[in-house]
Design a protein around this ligand. Structure first.
Ligand code: B12
Length: 490
């Protein structure tokens, strides 16, 4: 995508971040998702009459130097960068590079990191001028108007900004009540959806595939999740708005598969059933998958959603040990999780479990319990990352109660054990992590399932082979040597 040398009002940037920085040993099978937040912001700013462009550096495979040059060429009046904690250092390097290259426009920072630590972020990174906290659509429009008219920023809710030597935090902005009042994400301002964005090989049924968010906020209390960031109250798009977005993706972008990234897509059963009814009445057929919590998923509607195209549900299970789930305020019973998995499996839906290792209270024995659980529960897919106290999560403020934490933004991506629960070592966690992958994937029944999958859908063969090779390489590292002692011998 070319950025022409013209004067822009607003340029929104996703900072360069390689797949290796995001996915560690599994970089070759990591996903490149469209920056939905920037697309919403751009659509809103455009609706308000501003000219706006998006530069998605990771999708275009641009390094820092290339990104600095492209932003400089755009000559935008305002530059807005998005960052989670995993990308905040890259975002600050970009902002510093822009200043060094002579950029004079204000640089805004938005996203999960600054939302969790507004004042600290501005203190720590002097290259950011203004931080936008939580949902940014209305804030960005107000900020742009204030900047253009020279009005003070104090009246704008939900920002943090510099005034001489001070850092000013304005009162919180209320959540957007009616998500249907937002324009559709500006997919036309990012590189071609089908060509530049690549979901992880396991996470789509057919291509082209893209992601959608149709609700915000979560009323769960999980201590590892930066949930207050999108609000603790669930708000959702109406079925009509959701279907209009799906129609737009299918008809105008040729999308055939959708991943609903909502924190808990299945929470509002009535809404989901209406969406399914509408999907079944369409003249096209798409496949879709979603994230859900096991405790809140209603029992009896798996068959309907499967008929309407749902091929996979990914559950945040975290651990097979009840005490650990209680420590993390999951409010879910292990028996219930098993029941949900079986119901979804019986309806023909693939079940994926997301787990964490190194949780508060973790011991070698609880790791073994989780391994037994994931093998016995009939889960079809599995993923495990290191439990990480992320800014915005309760655990970020309470980790001292549970262990040691190396709080370095560069390492906070779930691929490095930065949080070590009391009584465990870093080496034990890494060995446990490898062992979990080995124990789940290197089983004859699982390998056979993948072989059958490839026979049915030969198009996914290359992706499956490369994912499989990554799992083998990672999970077998240290297996034959004494350097890394496994938690328990096979
Ligand atoms: C989908 C998703 C992903 C996807 C895709 C990300 C993408 N390219 O969009 C994938 C799977 C790749 C992913 C990866 C990761 N993710 Co993630 N992800 C999410 C999820 C579920 C939805 C994100 C989303 O699309 N939101 C919808 C849009 C509308 O919101 P948004 O992007 O945040 O943007 C809004 C505001 O933040 C703000 N805003 C954002 N940027 C800017 C910039 C400006 C200038 C302005 C004005 C405003 C603004 O305005 C936007 C509109 O309201 C969120 C949870 C959630 N509910 O938000 C977690 C979440 C963002 N992810 C999280 C984490 C930890 C990660 C990983 C580190 C995990 C990992 N190791 O794999 C990586 C890091 C990725 C990265 N590049 O930094 C955490 C972040 C916590 C933190 N303190 O950083 C979250 C909050 C989950 C959680 N609840 O704990 N993630």
């Amino acid at each position: 995508m070319a950025l022409y040398c013209m004067s822009l009002d607003i340029l929104l940037v996703s900072p360069p971040l390689t797949l290796a920085e995001r996915y560690g040993a599994f970089a070759s099978v990591g996903s490149q998702a469209p920056p939905l937040g920037l697309c919403y912001l751009a659509a809103m700013a455009r609706k308000a009459g501003h000219r706006v462009q998006i530069l998605d550096a990771p999708a275009l495979n641009m390094d820092l130097g290339q990104t600095v040059r492209a932003v400089g060429n755009a000559k935008a009046a305002l530059v807005g960068i998005t960052a989670t904690t995993a990308s905040i250092i890259r975002a600050s390097e970009l902002a510093r590079g822009l200043r060094a290259s002579g950029l004079r426009s204000p640089i805004l920072i938005g996203g999960a990191h600054v939302s969790a630590l507004p004042e600290q972020t501005l203190r720590e990174f002097p290259e950011f001028d203004i931080g936008v906290i939580n949902e940014g659509e209305f804030t960005l429009v107000e900020l742009t108007e204030a900047y253009k008219s020279g009005s003070p920023f104090n009246a704008i809710r939900g920002i943090v900004f510099r005034e001489r030597d001070d850092i000013i935090l304005t009162p919180a902005r209320p959540l957007i009540e009616n998500l249907d009042e937002l324009p559709f994400p500006a997919w036309d301002l990012i590189p071609d959806l089908a060509k530049y964005y690549k979901p992880a090989p396991h996470s789509y049924y057919q291509l082209p595939s893209s992601s959608l968010m149709t609700s915000r906020g979560c009323n769960g209390t999980c201590t590892f999740c930066a949930r207050p960031f999108m609000g603790e109250r669930y708000r959702s798009n109406s079925p009509e708005y959701t279907l209009a977005m799906v129609d737009h993706l299918v008809r105008d972008y040729g999308i055939r598969d959708i991943m609903f990234y909502d924190d808990n897509f299945l929470l509002d059963r009535g809404r989901v059933l209406q969406i399914c009814d509408e999907l079944l009445s369409r003249d096209y057929r798409i496949s879709w998958s979603c994230l859900a919590r096991t405790d809140l998923t209603p029992k009896d509607f798996y068959e309907t959603i499967h008929r309407a195209g749902c091929w996979e549900i990914a559950y945040g299970i975290e651990s097979g040990d009840q005490d650990i789930l209680n420590n993390m305020k999951k409010h879910v019973k292990i028996e219930r999780v098993v029941q949900m998995i079986q119901q979804a499996n019986n309806a023909g839906i693939t079940t994926r479990g997301y787990f964490m290792i190194g949780c508060p209270g973790e011991t070698p024995a609880t790791i073994e319990k989780t391994i037994d659980f994931m093998r016995d529960s009939k889960l079809k897919e599995f993923h495990v990352t290191f439990c990480t106290p992320m800014p915005g999560a309760e655990l970020f403020d309470t980790w001292q109660k549970w262990g040691q934490f190396d709080c370095d933004w560069r390492k906070l991506g779930f691929w490095d054990p930065v949080f070590i629960p009391d009584g465990m070592t870093r080496e034990e966690l890494i060995a446990g992590h490898r062992r979990m992958f080995r124990k789940f994937y290197l089983r004859p029944a699982v390998i056979l399932r993948y072989v059958l999958k490839v026979i049915r859908r030969p198009g996914i063969m290359f992706n499956i082979l490369s994912a499989g090779w990554d799992v083998i390489k990672y999970s077998m590292t240290g297996y034959f040597s004494r350097k890394v002692k496994p938690v328990r011998q096979d």
